[in-house]
Design a protein around this ligand. Structure first.
Ligand SMILES: Cc1cc2nc3c(=O)[nH]c(=O)nc-3n(C[C@H](O)[C@H](O)[C@H](O)COP(=O)(O)OP(=O)(O)OC[C@H]3O[C@@H](n4cnc5c(N)ncnc54)[C@H](O)[C@@H]3O)c2cc1C
Length: 349
């Protein structure tokens, strides 16, 4: 019997009623078809790095996507399209493109999980997101029982979401195609912390290899690269998305921060007059410091306020109770409701 704790980076989750590992696209589609025909609930799992699974497990079929394959097509002198199977390790894909002299994925180094999950929540980091370089996503449509190809403009990509996440489990990602630039220099640096690490100014470029190394260094400092011996990395990455609020709400948060002597509120333009506020800042200013919760089994990472960790034999219930405490604390302090970033399976906040 497969225990889902063995397949999630949090190390949490009870047993799967049925567990199938699919090494080829044919096996993947066959496993989903047969579960659908039997009207079994299906959970698709890649690297398990964005999943919070109930202690009771999953009473249906869990399909573990382990398909492999990568092709590079030169589309012009200065660009190439890279198509990867859903089961490819994401950081392996990034490392290979950097090594091959292709630019566009370098800031997305060190993110755990598999390539097929990257379009689901439009994975992003250090000023870039996959939506900027994805040309198409090949999926198996469970409702229509057929393969479909979604061009980028049909994927409804937005901050940490997409059509695929919005509709739930209808589409199984089979392969993703990225258009990358054939050049030794990175895309312009858009993230101040990264620019600082590289010693460049915002908007400048650096070598793609240098950017990858700098990102991995910053991530390691924050416990955001999986390291088996480090309990701070037994997490699902950021547990909450950064709230995007109206200008009026932002003014209210600023007034509250002044009243609480919490310092200036960081805010970044998010289009349409909206402002993105770092969830980590809100959490810290609401009284949850790094390491909060220790010595309880589930606690805030000692390196990054946004990561909730299974530090020491926690259960999913422990983790969710910590998450609820933080949501309530931020709500009480600033009137903002945090939204979880990972997919919750069989549990709610
Ligand atoms: C230490 C750490 C750091 C992280 N840093 C970042 C970051 O910087 N930026 C960021 O965006 N995310 C980050 N994450 C979150 C996570 O790594 C990404 O969301 C990643 O893309 C999830 O991939 P996965 O294969 O592990 O997906 P899983 O966790 O296995 O699945 C996530 C969701 O996608 C679905 N899914 C998976 N594969 C498929 C498929 N082939 N077809 C259809 N549905 C599928 C699953 O059903 C589930 O709903 C981090 C996580 C950790 C643990």
């Amino acid at each position: 019997m497969a225990l889902l704790a063995d397949y999630t980076t949090l190390g949490l989750g009870g047993p799967a009623r049925t567990f199938v590992s699919a090494a080829t696209e044919a096996e993947l589609i066959a496993a989903i078809r047969s579960a659908d025909a039997a009207r079994e609930p299906v959970l698709i799992i890649g690297g398990g790095s964005n999943l919070v699974v109930s202690d009771e497990g999953f009473s249906g079929t869990v399909v573990h996507v382990s398909t492999r394959g990568r092709t590079v097509t030169e589309t012009s002198e200065d660009a190439a399209e890279v198509t990867v199977a859903a089961g490819e390790d994401w950081d392996g894909v990034v490392a290979a493109t950097v090594a091959e002299g292709l630019a566009g994925l370098e800031t997305l180094s060190g993110i755990p999980g598999r390539a097929g999950a990257t379009p689901i929540q439009n994975v992003g980091a250090y000023g870039r997101e996959v939506a900027e370089v994805i040309t198409q996503v090949r999926v198996y449509d469970r409702q229509e029982d057929q393969i479909q190809v979604f061009q980028n403009d049909r994927c409804s990509f937005a901050y940490r979401t997409s059509l695929f996440k919005a509709v739930g489990t209808r589409y199984v990602v089979l392969a993703v195609t990225f258009r990358l630039a054939r050049q030794p220099m990175s895309m312009p640096v858009r993230y101040a912390e990264l620019a600082g690490e590289l010693g460049v100014t915002m908007g400048e470029r650096a070598g793609t290899g240098e950017v990858r190394s700098a990102v991995l260094k910053i991530r390691a400092r924050k416990g955001m690269v999986i390291s088996p011996g480090d309990p701070d990395t037994r997490s699902a990455g950021s547990f909450f998305t950064n709230p995007v609020i109206t200008a009026a709400e932002f003014s209210r948060v600023e007034a509250t921060a002044t009243a609480r002597d919490a310092g200036p509120v960081p805010g970044y333009p998010a289009g349409d007059g909206l402002v993105k506020v770092p969830a980590a800042w809100l959490i810290e200013r609401s009284g949850f410091a790094k390491g909060y919760g220790a010595p309880a089994p589930a606690r805030v990472s000692s390196k990054h306020t946004l990561a909730l960790t299974n530090a020491n034999n926690a259960t999913t219930a422990d983790l969710l109770s910590l998450a609820r405490e933080i949501v309530n604390g931020v709500q009480d302090a600033f009137g903002i409701t945090l939204t979880p970033e990972p997919i919750l399976v069989g549990v709610t906040l």
